[in-house]
Structures are given as C-alpha cells and as structure tokens.
Design a protein around this ligand. Structure first.
Ligand code: ZN
Length: 305
C-alpha cells in the first residue's frame, strides 16, 4: 500500500483534522498527488464553502445558482477564511456579495423574499467609505437575526473589479460559483499584505478605509506600505507577480485558484470557470515603488476583458 493510499484510508476524523490544518496552497499541492486525493479535497473545500454559506443562507443551492448565472462573487472575511487553513482562519463577519447594476435586483429579491432578510440600508453612490471606489454604484445592507449581508453593486462591467481597488492585497480574494480565488497567496497566507498605492496616490484614504485596514491588523495581519519591507524587490521586479507595477490578471500564474470538480489532464484544463479560464479581470497596483525607476510612478488600474 502506498503512503498516499494509506492517507486516504485514514479514519475520517483524522483526515478531516489534517485537512483543517492545511491552507489552500497546501491543499492544492496535496490534491495533485492522486485522483482520489483530488476528489476528497474537492469535496472538503465544497463542504467548507457550504458551512460558510450556511451561516447566512438556507437555500444554498439557489444562491450558488445565482452566483453562476450572474457572475457575482462573495469576498471579504468569508473568502479569506476559505483561503486560509480552517484551524486559525479569520473570524467571519458579514457576507459580502459583489454584483453589477444588471444583476443586483436578483440578489436583493433572493435575500428579502427567499431568505427573509430586511434591507436596513440602501445607499446610492456610497459616499467615501470602505466601498468608496469610483466603480461603486449602490450598496445594500440586509439583516436577519443579527446576521449581516452586504450587496455591493458596481457600475463596472465585471462584478469582481472593485475587489482589486480595495485597501490592501489581503482582501483580494473571492468565492465564485466555480472557484475560490486568492490574488496574492504567498503574502496572504503569510498574514501579510501591501497597502494599495491608490490609497495614498489617488486620495482614496479616509477614516473608513483606515478602519478597514486596522481590522485586519487586529486579526494578526501585518500591512506594509513599502514593497521592499515585504518582499525581496531587486532587479527581478516587474517580472514577479508581486511587483506593484506588474499587470496582473485573474488567470495568470501568480494567483491561487481552486476550481470545483476541475481536474488537470495531460491535454490541459477541462471545463471553464468564470474569471479564471474566461473573462479575466486585469489590474495593476501601480504607485511609485519599484526597483526599476522607468516603470515606477504609474497609476493603478483595473479593467475587465
Ligand atoms: Zn518592481
């Protein structure tokens, strides 16, 4: 019996305990070992996702169907929690849903009618605050039994665009119908992150964004202003996925993504997943920081293909 066969035949509680101690990078690499492990880990990740959604939603299947039909995603503490190892993951606060002007009504209807939430706040063009990016059109806060759901509506063409305008790289994660995505896995799983240069370059800072950052620092994250304090940033920069000047894409190799039921084969990846195989979102953190002076001083941007 091979070591891997022995691992998969360990009693369920032990296997579960081991999986609970692994983050998404470790789970992904373990899953490449055998197809049985891949199947077990896929089931484990889907189960973790269901547990997270079940805190807020009764009709999970219908909700995932809505995510799939509209390209909406869940971000914030729910997504970060799923990227980290279950043991020691950040506490989950609210369910943050990112959607577009075309589709937000479906979510408001789902939460009010199917899930019996009440809209307690409905803001058009939110003022400067945690949701202060220029692409923000509306914000709904819904409540049910002490549970909060935020529906964040962008006027950009892609629901996930605002995520890459947020205060730091720590929150650049999302859960879509098909996948769990982390833009900066090395830093995030190391509980570190870079402040988004647009915070100080493009006057996107205010009390609420500082408060948002402080919340993650209280949770044990270290947030850096200087790329050189965070990573080796020498002559290899702009070729690295971690250089603030590089143009990143949601389907590049710098990201971490687990795609449900997705198996790599000799002929390539099967199936297609929104944002990861198709319809990518492109972004650059920008700012002044780079070893290469010729490329520094560029604006931050995000756009959808
Ligand atoms: Zn650089």
């Amino acid at each position: 019996m091979s070591k891997m066969t022995r691992f998969t035949s360990l009693c369920k509680e032990i296997t579960e305990n081991i999986l609970d101690s692994l983050d998404l990078v470790e789970l992904s690499s373990l899953a490449t070992m055998t197809s049985t492990l891949h199947t077990n880990i896929d089931e484990y990740i889907q189960r973790c996702r269901r547990i997270i959604f079940a805190r807020f939603i009764s009709n999970i299947q219908e909700f995932v169907g809505l995510l799939q039909g509209t390209g909406a995603v869940v971000s914030g503490s729910c997504a970060l929690n799923l990227v980290q190892a279950r043991q020691g993951a950040v506490a989950i606060n609210d369910l943050d849903i990112y959607t577009t002007l075309q589709n937000f009504k479906d979510f408001v209807q789902f939460f009010t009618e199917t899930e019996h939430y009440t809209v307690i706040r409905n803001i058009n063009h939110p003022p400067p605050g945690p949701y202060n990016s220029s692409g923000m059109a509306k914000l709904f806060r819904l409540q049910n039994n002490g549970r909060n759901v935020d529906i964040i509506v962008t006027n950009l063409s892609s629901a996930i665009s605002p995520i890459f305008q947020f205060h730091s790289t720590i929150v650049m994660n999302f859960i879509s119908a098909e996948a769990v995505f982390c833009a900066y896995p090395g830093w995030t799983l190391d509980m570190a992150g870079l402040v988004h240069p647009r915070m100080y370059k493009q006057n996107a800072t205010n009390f609420a964004t500082v408060k948002g950052l402080a919340k993650y620092m209280q949770r044990g994250f270290t947030v850096y202003l200087e790329i050189t304090e965070l990573a080796v940033h020498e002559s290899r920069c702009v070729k690295m996925y971690y250089c603030p000047q590089i143009t990143r894409s949601t389907n590049d190799k710098g990201k971490l993504a687990w795609v449900a039921g997705h198996k790599e084969t000799a002929t390539g990846a099967l199936g297609s997943a929104n944002y990861i195989d198709t319809k990518a979102v492109i972004w650059s953190l920008g700012g002044d920081q780079c070893y290469n002076e010729r490329v520094s001083g560029s604006p931050s941007f995000v756009f959808a293909t």
